[in-house]
Structures are given as C-alpha cells and as structure tokens.
Design a protein around this ligand. Structure first.
Ligand SMILES: [Zn+2]
Length: 364
C-alpha cells in the first residue's frame, strides 16, 4: 500500500514537503501501521507540491525496485542458507551434534552420550569463522574453509544484535508434523507393515465415527488412500494426533509403538497450546528424548532423522520465542496460499486499483 503525503515542516513560511510511504499489507492490520513497520520510499523536498506527471520522477526509482521484486530475486548460492550455516543434514546448527554417515545416508543416532553433544554452539566462534570465510580469496579456499569449519559468511551477521545460533528457531510445523508425525506413521508403521492396508481401512472407519466441533477442522479422509495417509497436510497431521490417533490406532499397535504413540500425543497436546507452562514443556522435552531412544533401540540408528534430533531443541526455542504457535510456519503457509490465489487477472486488477487508490495524485 503506497501513500503520498504532504506536510509543512517549517513555521512562518509555506514550504511543502512530501513523503512516499509504503505499508506492508502482509502484516496483520493491527501491526502494519506501526511506525517500525512503515517504509519511507521517498522524500519530495518541495517547496511546492509536484503536479501531474512530475510525480513520475519520484516514482520511477521506486517502481524499478517493485518491478525487480515482482520478477523475483535470486540470491547468490552463498545465501541459500541465509544465516551462513552448512546443511543441517550433516551437522546440527544449534548444538555440537554431528550426523553419522552410515548405510550411505546421514542419521542423528547416538543418544547414549547426549550430555557430550547437547551443548549450544558458540556464537562468538561462529562469527569469527564467518569473518575468516570472508577473508578467503578464491572459491577453492572458501570451499576448503567451509569443510573445516562448517561456516559461511551471511549478511545477517552485519546486524549488531544477530545471534547466528540462538536466533535460528526450529519450525515446529515442519519438525513435529511434516517431520516426526509423518515419519513415525508412514516410514515406521506403514513401511514396516505394522499398519497394513486392511488396518488403514479400519482406522478410516473408526475416524469417520468421530463427531467433532466444526471449528476443529476437516476430518482427514485419506488414511486408506495410496500408500496410506496420502497427502496429509501439516495441519491434518496436527489434528490427527491431537484428536484421532489414540482411539483409532491403539488396538492396531504393538506395545513398543503404543509407547511412541502415547508419548507423541502427549507432546502434541502440550506443544500446540496457546499457553505453555515450563513444567509441561519440560515433560514434552523428556518425552521427545524417550521417543528418540525408543525408535533408535527398536528400529535402528538409520531411523533417527534430523527432525527427530531438532525436536530436542524445541524447548529452548520456546524459552526464547514463546509458545510454539507464536513462531511456527503455519502463518507463512497461509500467506503462500493467499498469494497463490491472487495470481489471477481479476485479483491483479483489484490489487492495482488498491495501490492506485492509495496515491491521491493518481485520482484525477
Ligand atoms: Zn542439535
């Protein structure tokens, strides 16, 4: 949303100064007009208000940038990992845990010596290494440096308050629901034939008997489709474990998997709450540790994925950023959906009209 506003900065003399503002409509309505969220795109010095097409001289550089954004901006490969970390698949970016490379893939097994690696990485050391990366003067030198230190430079490190370890939160949506929930059900229970195709039909039948309030969300209806639990979204995994899983899965699971199920359901019910208590967060953390140990002991080291490891950091992220709903990615996913729907000619015209209407000079 753009707006051109004129005001008189001086007393006793007529001198009009203009400002072109932008508000980010992606922000909630109660946030987008806060001072810290408003953008000043241009200043028009005056002393007189510009008229008609003269405004174009001021709009041109702004439009150049908007056009660039509309086309999309590709960052240099260096910034694919925006905070300068190497892929988390080979090394956790919050603690000292390094992935094991076994059977041609990485795993994060090895809970026995947790006290040795469950230690926060050192931010100061990271920043020092990042500066070292900047001093490398060739691609080969930079590659060698990354292999040794696991660190690259990121422009974000120019922010004086930025902590490259603490400020990287784990997204609970990807970690818990698209990561662990999906992994446990599909890769362990379905692939290991604990939940067979005919069992999936029974589970679906049981779920269809549930009568839940309308605002809880759609009942997942694809349990028996495809390879099982087909195309479940993160939200459907959340709903499944919070409402349906215990009743519909209980009689189909052996003892050890019942242990995984009860712990994960409890974890989900604690972590999705709007209010979290530190003692309950502590319980959730302990249960996550137990789940990782149970899976490692019963299904092997290969089954300990990055997400299972990262879930061990959710507790400390919640301490820094608040309840999980306050920093999970569901909100961004909703924006993706909205933006996708806007890409129709009708909506683009609507957006253009909205922008033009917010610039008084364009209303002839
Ligand atoms: Zn870690």
């Amino acid at each position: 949303m753009l707006n051109l506003d004129w005001f008189q900065p001086y007393d006793g003399v007529i001198h009009s100064t203009g400002v072109i503002y932008a508000a980010i409509c992606n922000l909630p309505r109660d946030m987008r007009f806060k001072r810290e969220n408003m953008l000043v795109l241009g200043l028009l010095p005056g002393p007189n208000e510009v008229s008609l097409h003269q405004i174009n001289h001021y709009l041109a550089p702004i439009v150049n940038e908007l056009v660039l954004l509309w086309d999309g901006v590709t960052f240099d490969n260096t910034f694919e990992k925006i905070c300068g970390h190497i892929s988390a698949l080979s090394s956790c970016y919050r603690c000292e845990k390094k992935a094991n490379y076994e059977n041609h893939k990485y795993n994060f097994a090895g809970m026995d010596n947790m006290s040795e690696w469950f230690i926060n990485r050192n931010s100061a050391q990271f920043c020092e290494n990042a500066l070292g990366w900047r001093r490398c003067n060739s691609n080969a030198a930079r590659n060698r440096f990354v292999k040794t230190t696991g660190v690259r430079w990121s422009e974000l490190l120019r922010l004086p308050y930025f902590d490259p370890i603490q400020f990287l939160s784990i997204d609970p949506m990807h970690c818990l629901f698209l990561g662990i929930a999906k992994w446990i059900v599909k890769r362990i229970w379905v692939d290991e034939n604990i939940l067979k195709p005919e069992t999936l039909k029974e589970i679906q039948k049981k779920m269809n008997q549930f009568q839940v309030p309308a605002d809880i969300g759609r009942i997942p209806g694809k349990v028996e489709c495809g390879e099982g639990f087909a195309n479940f979204t993160a939200d459907q995994w959340r709903i499944f474990f919070n409402i349906y899983a215990t009743v519909s899965l209980w009689k189909h699971l052996p003892g050890v998997d019942k242990k995984i199920l009860t712990r994960f359901v409890r974890i989900c019910s604690i972590l999705v709450g709007r209010i979290v208590q530190s003692n309950l967060m502590d319980e959730a953390h302990q249960k996550l540790v137990e789940i990782v140990k149970i899976i490692e002991q019963n299904y092997g080291r290969d089954m300990i994925t990055l997400n299972l490891h990262l879930s061990l950091h959710l507790y400390e992220c919640a301490k820094d950023f608040g309840p999980l709903y306050a920093f999970w990615c569901f909100s961004f996913e909703r924006m993706n959906g909205m933006l996708g729907k806007m890409l129709t000619s009708k909506n683009i015209l609507f957006l253009l009209k909205l922008i033009l209407n917010s610039i008084p000079l364009f209303i002839f």
